[in-house]
Ligand binder design. Structure first.
Ligand SMILES: *[C@@H]1O[C@H](CO)[C@@H](O)[C@H](O)[C@H]1NC(C)=O
Ligand SMILES: *[C@@H]1O[C@H](CO)[C@@H](O)[C@H](O)[C@H]1NC(C)=O
Ligand SMILES: *[C@@H]1O[C@H](CO)[C@@H](O)[C@H](O)[C@H]1NC(C)=O
Ligand SMILES: *[C@@H]1O[C@H](CO)[C@@H](O)[C@H](O)[C@H]1NC(C)=O
Ligand SMILES: *[C@@H]1O[C@H](CO)[C@@H](O)[C@H](O)[C@H]1NC(C)=O
Length: 953
């Protein structure tokens, strides 16, 4: 009896102890427990039943109540269930940058009535934004940008009277912008809000006059890239506080309200790519305006307004296709902060003179496709200014092409330099920081939505940015050693995108708390960039190297749990035995795989892409490629063939790549694959597509190439790409191709015979430089594509050397034959075999050397420029026929072919060693006069160029 009493006593003490020690409010604990059950990828210390007491990562409490959840970039997956609404004291919820967080925002979110910050940036949430969001009366920050939300903007947002920041950009939101009507609320009621970020959605309808009023304190109004129609409301001009205004990329029409000229605080104004009409707006009073873009509207034709020259803060003036005419006054260039002037595609005429007192920061003047007839070259002028005049009459004159006719826009390569140290080569995927310490940085991309500068050249901007980010992190006591920026680039909608890497201090990786706080500083806009960068958002990458955790330890916890549960004699023993056997097998398998893997002994990190000097191919991990192709999704697939599929992808560095992924059955042996990579990585030539790397993992064989934006020659010959190839361009493409092949035959070591020269294997870059693709790659046998011969002979019907076909003897001259066929294809635009007719025979039969153009007028591709003189045409045809001689011995070598085409180029008035001109204007025949390519319906610039189709086979 006594014993029992003591036991009961002890038990109750124990219970009391439990109750006292559990700090967390039971409802909050239960809510977190349910979230824990549906989310994967949570911090390993989310164990037990007392989140506050046990200091779960990402949870902050006040007393027993959970007030903050910050779990950005944790790699969480799952959905946001209604359970979260059990946390009734929650004030801050930040789950940004968890790409695998899916599903809708539950309607019950409206119960969290203490919430001040709701931040869900860059997840994959979808469905409509619930009306109940309007019940979050305390909300100050609402950031739902870069998700997949659809449906309308809930009018109830208008009830959020405390709201400071509204960011719904980069979703699929549709319908009209809600404004109040006495019954239901609307965005016009948000008189304390400073930020309307609603760009990149599908919003439609007019912009209500009621949306803006003089009571508002808005500073950023971003409605870019939607489907809005009708005029800009007059009321916009009443919001005197405005600093950044973007309405570009809509379908706005009508005249620009004159009171826009009252917005004297505006620094960035984008009205481009709309259908605005009427007179060019008068913006004389905007004396703090730095960035002005009104391109692609149909304003009344006018001369350059005099007020351009009075905007003292202007850095960037972009007025592409705005019906400007007359001469460009040199006073425009004397604005002291001016960096970039883009007046492409107007009807500006006369002489271009940038004067003697132009801005010292001036970097680029683009007047392509105007009617400029002369240029005053001033010896004192700054030589760093890129002047672009291609497509003006001044560049039509033959003879020595001038720099300004061929120059192209310069990028702004910037990477945070190493600080007085030599970057080390780091192992296991770590990266050398600016202080040359190897570590796993946290990475992501900062997107600046409207910088006040042009985003070119000047490094000072980036140095400031880097410095302020570092100082911010250190000032909130985060263990950050350094930050590094790289690859600033203008992305879609003129956003300036910069890759960011944040390096840990003390250790080589961050822990979970560190990452969630680093993410929060950016997702919550706690960090304010230097003023000239303007509004921004950040998209972080998942972090994979949390300090003190490895992927394995997650598994071993779960095994531990299983073992714990099964504890009880022989079950445990059996498990241990099984585990031992399993481990042994795994080890054997790994050893075996290593024996078969010819790369096993390569030091893959040595060729890591993080060291820019290394030109060789590097090894890509499957994960890396899987990620940047979005799991090899169909949208990234840009071509396919017998070999497999080709995917387009962007590396985190911003570089575009093409991934050729061999399909089952067309793979080579591992050793052959390795030999091939070694071979290809040694081949570098301007006219050959470069191999960047490979992937040999998980039974995959992939080759990674540089991405060539303008697709294959076939697509341009067929008119599919919209790039018009007149005679000179065709000559240059033939020349480039011949040079690439000549290099393969004579300078590559060992020499490479291409074996499959054809128009789908010639790619064109931005400058229309020809790049030969698909050399050196072993072709699969027995492939079903009927273009291919399925015996040992490899090649494509129509291009194939008959001698090789008969004798099976492969020589360089087989490539020469195929090249000859390609030359005829270049002349006619026809495929080598079309409707059963063979191009070589057809042309031979039609040809009459005594007649003009060898009597081939009928058969030539009209876009070649029929009606103009095709200088060197006959020589070109003669050369093609020498290449397709029956016997290889009678054909010239590729080197001779290159020489011959160079002679032809000279005949046509071109210097063969000159870079090909950038996209200069195409001119129709002289009698029709000058015509913009845009005037031509079939010339489609607007949709961008087609994705490069690299034919894998
Ligand atoms: C704003 O612009 C309008 C029309 O352009 C003008 O009538 C008005 O006086 C201006 N208001 C102020 C306060 O400058
Ligand atoms: C532009 O507006 C200013 C005052 O707001 C005025 O002085 C100037 O004459 C106007 N310019 C033109 C070309 O209408
Ligand atoms: C330039 O264009 C303007 C307006 O179209 C015209 O009046 C002027 O004569 C042209 N000047 C020259 C030099 O062609
Ligand atoms: C770069 O920008 C800074 C201020 O942002 C300016 O002071 C400096 O003169 C600029 N340098 C050049 C070369 O334009
Ligand atoms: C103007 O429109 C063309 C064609 O749609 C586009 O390529 C160009 O980028 C636009 N210019 C600007 C500055 O937006």
């Amino acid at each position: 009896m006594m014993g029992l009493r003591i036991q009961v006593f002890l038990l109750s003490v124990w219970f009391q102890f439990l109750i006292i020690s559990a700090v967390t409010n039971t409802d909050d604990a239960a809510a977190l427990k349910s979230l824990k059950d549906i989310w994967k990828g949570l911090p390993p210390n989310w164990r037990g039943s007392d989140p506050c007491g046990d200091q779960w990562v990402g949870i902050e409490c006040s007393g027993s109540r959970v007030t903050t959840i910050t779990l950005s970039s944790m790699g969480l997956s799952g959905s946001l269930s209604g359970d979260i609404t059990g946390l009734s004291d929650l004030m801050t919820l930040d789950l940004s940058y968890n790409k695998d967080l899916r599903g809708p925002l539950p309607s019950s979110i409206g119960n969290l009535n203490k919430l001040t910050n709701l931040i869900l940036v860059g997840c994959s949430l979808s469905g409509s934004i619930p009306d109940s969001i309007g019940s979050l009366q305390k909300l100050v920050f609402l950031s739902l940008n870069s998700n997949g939300f659809s449906g309308k903007i809930p009018a109830s947002i208008g009830r959020l009277t405390e709201l400071y920041w509204l960011d719904l950009a980069d979703n699929q939101l549709e319908g009209t912008i809600p404004v109040s009507d006495g019954v239901s609320p609307g965005l016009d009621l948000l008189v304390r809000t400073k930020h309307f970020h609603l760009g990149k959605n599908k919003l439609s309808g007019g912009i209500p006059e009621k949306l803006f009023s003089s009571d508002m304190v808005l500073i950023h109004v971003l409605f870019d890239s939607n489907q809005l129609t009708g005029p800009l409301p007059f009321s916009l001009g009443l919001v005197k506080t405005l600093e950044v205004v973007r309405f570009d990329g809509n379908s706005l029409s009508g005249t620009v309200p004159s009171n826009l000229n009252n917005l004297t605080n505006v620094q960035e104004l984008f009205l481009s790519n709309n259908r605005l009409t009427g007179p060019m707006p008068n913006l004389t009073n905007l004396n703090t305006l730095s960035y002005l873009d009104m391109s692609n509207n149909t304003f009344d034709a006018s001369t350059i307004p005099s007020w351009f020259s009075t905007l003292q803060s202007l850095t960037t003036l972009t007025m592409e296709r705005t019906e400007l005419q007359g001469e460009v006054p040199d006073t425009v260039f004397s604005l002291s902060h001016l960096q970039t002037v883009n007046l492409k595609q107007n009807r500006l005429n006369g002489t271009l003179d940038i004067g003697t007192s132009h801005s010292s920061q001036l970097q680029s003047i683009n007047l392509q496709k105007n009617l400029i007839t002369a240029f005053t070259d001033r010896p004192g002028a700054n030589k760093d200014i890129t002047i672009l005049l291609a497509g003006n009459p001044i560049c039509l004159e033959s003879g020595d092409p001038k720099d300004y006719c061929t120059a192209s826009e310069k990028g702004s390569p910037y990477t945070t330099p190493s600080k007085n140290c030599v970057p080390t080569s780091c192992s296991s995927g770590r990266i050398s920081s600016p202080n040359c310490i190897c570590a796993y940085p946290y990475t992501g991309i900062i997107h600046f939505r409207a910088p006040s500068f042009s985003g070119v050249g000047n490094e000072t901007y980036y140095q400031n940015l880097e410095q302020t980010i570092l100082v911010k992190y250190q000032s909130v006591s985060l263990p950050v050693e350094s930050v590094s920026l790289s690859n600033p680039r203008k992305g879609q909608s003129q956003y300036l995108e910069i890759s960011l890497a944040v390096f840990p201090s003390g250790q080589d990786s961050f822990n979970r708390t560190g990452i969630s706080r680093i993410g929060f500083v950016l997702s919550n806009q706690t960090y304010k960039p230097p003023k000239e960068f303007g509004p921004f958002f950040f998209i972080g990458n998942g972090y994979l190297h949390f300090n003190g955790e490895t992927r394995k330890s997650e598994n071993s916890t779960s095994i531990g749990v299983i073992i714990g549960a099964a504890a009880g004699g022989c079950v445990l023993l059996l498990l241990l035995v099984l585990a031992g056997v399993y481990a042994y097998r795994q080890k054997r398998r790994a050893e075996k795989a290593n024996d078969q893997n010819p790369f096993a002994h390569w030091d893959l990190n040595k060729s890591s892409g993080s060291i820019p000097q290394l030109k060789g191919a590097r090894c890509f991990s499957f994960e890396e490629l899987n990620k940047c192709t979005n799991h090899f999704s169909d949208t990234n697939n840009v071509g396919s063939g017998g070999y497999g599929k080709v995917y387009r992808a962007t590396l985190p560095s911003g570089q575009l790549i093409a991934i050729k992924r061999a399909k089952q059955g067309s793979m080579q042996g591992a050793v052959e694959f390795k030999n091939e990579i070694e071979l290809l990585s040694r081949v570098h030539h301007k006219n050959l597509v470069s191999l960047l790397g490979f992937c040999f993992e998980r039974g995959e064989q992939m080759l990674i190439y540089e991405y060539i934006p303008n697709g294959c020659l076939r697509d341009s010959l067929s008119g599919k790409s919209g790039i018009r190839l007149e005679w000179l361009r065709r000559l240059k493409i033939a020349h480039g191709t011949a040079r690439g092949l000549s290099y393969l035959h004579e300078l590559a070591d060992p020499p490479i015979i291409h074996r499959d020269v054809k128009s789908t294997n010639i790619l064109l870059d931005e400058q229309l430089t020809a790049k030969v693709a698909d050399f050196g790659v072993s072709k699969p046998m027995g492939d079903s594509d009927n273009e291919h011969i399925t015996s040992q002979v490899k090649g494509t019907m129509g291009y194939m050397d008959p001698e090789y076909f008969m004798t099976n003897q492969l020589t360089e001259k087989s490539d020469v034959y195929s090249f000859g066929v390609l030359m005829l294809e270049i002349l006619t635009g026809r495929r080598p075999i079309e409707r059963g007719k063979y191009i070589v025979r057809e042309i031979k039969m039609a040809m009459d050397k005594k007649k003009d153009l060898y009597n081939l007028y009928e058969i030539l591709d009209p876009t070649i420029g029929l009606g103009t003189t095709l200088e060197g045409f006959e020589k070109f045809v003669d050369l093609a026929f020498r290449c397709v001689e029956e016997s290889g011995a009678d054909r010239p070598s590729m080197r001779e072919v290159v020489k011959e085409i160079e002679n032809i180029l000279q005949l046509a008035g071109l210097n063969p060693n000159e870079e090909s001109a950038p996209f200069s204007a195409s001119y129709d025949d002289a009698s029709k006069g000058y015509q913009h390519p845009y005037d031509n319906e079939s010339f489609d610039y607007s949709g961008g160029f087609p994705a490069s189709k690299i034919e894998a086979q």
